[in-house]
Design a protein. Sequence first.
Length: 103
Amino acid sequence: MPTRSSSDAAVTENDRFTAALSYVWILALYTLLFKRKSSFIQFHARQGLALFVVEVISPFFLFLTPVIWVLCIVLSIMGIRACLKGKYWQLPWLGKWLTKSGI
């Protein structure tokens, strides 16, 4: 999990809202591509995009698809809540993998 730098100490309300959009399906691409200056937004955008990819590939797991979707929705809600509070929150399992891989 990234540490907060002095520039991240005061995450604006607009940054919080924009980061929260990262957890709404394809909107993660918008924040990832067009909001590059904020490490807070980029952190959440990478996680939102990872959740989106999991949701897209979940039909390959047939009977587990509904469970995966519910899990992704719950994790998205938790991510949105963290964004609106101005916190860095790492997704369980997936967030650790993203950090290790440098994505």
